[in-house]
Design a protein around this ligand. Structure first.
Ligand code: SF4
Length: 283
C-alpha cells in the first residue's frame, strides 16, 4: 500500500484523478475500481507492489504488431478495474474484490524483465490506470535499464493522469470498444468521449499507438458503427493499426455466440477502406 499521487481533497472527502470516473471517495471507502482507498482523507493504492498475474508474453499478444516485433514483453496486472464490462475476458482478476497478489518490489520486476530477455514491460491483464503510481515507478526504473514500457488500456485517462504517465510510456494498445456512448454506458458503465480524447492526446504526444475492438455480434458490429470507428481512427492517423478481435462468450455475456468469421472479414474490409493496417485477432 502506498499513498497515491493523483488525487485531491474534495468537500471533506477526496477526489481521485487517475481515471475519468473521477470518484469522490469518503473516508474508509474505495473508488469504483476497488483498489484506491480513502484512509483519513489520504488516498492509498492498495495494490502497489502486488501483481496478481505475471507472465512473459510475445509482444504480438498485447496486441502490438508495429512495435518491437518478435520480442518478448514482461507482463503483469493487479486485481481491479475502472470498467465493469459484461464481456470482460479477464474478469477473474479485473472484477475480483479481494485485494490479493504476490509482493514484488519495483526493482524485482525490472530485474525479472531483464533476466527473462524481455525488451519491454507491459502493464496489462487489468486496467493499469487504476495502479498508475505503481506503473510510473516501475516504468521509470525500466527506462533507466534500457527497457521500453507498454500500457494495454481502456483509455479512460484524465488529462492529468495521461500527462503524468506519458513521459515513461513508449507504446499503448487502447481498446476502442464501440463508437456508441450507449454501448459504453450499457456494457461498461462508462462513456465514450474520454476514450476518444485519450486516443487523440496519446497520438499527439508521439507515443506509438495501436487500437483494438472486440467485435460482439449484434452489439457493435453494424456497418455504420464500423465505418464510424474506421473514419475516426483515420481522422487521427490512417497509419494507426486497428486490431479487430473475435468475441467468445465470457463473464456476464454468455448468451452470445462467438463472432462469425464472415462478420470479421466484413469489418476488415470496412477498415481497409480508411486505414493502412487492419488485423483480425483471436481467430
Ligand atoms: S482509478 Fe478507481 S478510484 Fe480513481 S477515479 Fe478511476 S475508478 Fe475511481
Amino acid at each position: 500500500m502506498k499513498e497515491c499521487i493523483l488525487y485531491k481533497p474534495y468537500k471533506g472527502k477526496v477526489q481521485c484523478l487517475a481515471c475519468a470516473n473521477k470518484c469522490v471517495i469518503s473516508d474508509g471507502k474505495t473508488g469504483l475500481c476497488g483498489v484506491r482507498k480513502n484512509l483519513k482523507n489520504k488516498l492509498y493504492l492498495l495494490v502497489y507492489g502486488k501483481p496478481v498475474a505475471v507472465h512473459v508474453d510475445p509482444i504480438e499478444k498485447k496486441p502490438l504488431y508495429h512495435f518491437l516485433p518478435n520480442t518478448k514483453t514482461f507482463s503483469f496486472g493487479t486485481v481491479g478495474c475502472n470498467f465493469k464490462c459484461k464481456f470482460c475476458q479477464n474478469a477473474d482478476i479485473s472484477q475480483e474484490k479481494t485485494i490479493m497478489g504476490q509482493k514484488y518490489t519495483v526493482k524485482k520486476i525490472v530485474e525479472l524483465a531483464l533476466e527473462s530477455g524481455c525488451k519491454s514491460i507491459s502493464y496489462t491483464y487489468n486496467e493499469p490506470t487504476i495502479f498508475i503510481e505503481f506503473v510510473k515507478d516501475v516504468a521509470e526504473l525500466a527506462h533507466k535499464n534500457g527497457l521500453k514500457n507498454i500500457l494495454v488500456t481502456n483509455g479512460y485517462f484524465t488529462k492529468k493522469s495521461l500527462d503524468f504517465i506519458a513521459p515513461y510510456i513508449d507504446a499503448m494498445n487502447i481498446d476502442l470498444k464501440s463508437f456508441s456512448n450507449d454501448f459504453y454506458l450499457k456494457h461498461s458503465g462508462t462513456k465514450l468521449k474520454p476514450v476518444l480524447d485519450s486516443i487523440k492526446r496519446v497520438h499527439k504526444k508521439g507515443i506509438h499507438i495501436e487500437l483494438t475492438t472486440l467485435l460482439i455480434p449484434g452489439e457493435n458490429d453494424s456497418k455504420k458503427e464500423l465505418e464510424n470507428i474506421a473514419k475516426f481512427i483515420a481522422s487521427v492517423d490512417k497509419n494507426i493499426p486497428w486490431h479487430i478481435s473475435r468475441f467468445f462468450p465470457m463473464y456476464k455475456m454468455l448468451n452470445k455466440s462467438p463472432t462469425e468469421l464472415q462478420s470479421l472479414k466484413e469489418a476488415e474490409k470496412i477498415g481497409k477502406k480508411y486505414l493502412k493496417y487492419v488485423y483480425l485477432g483471436n481467430i
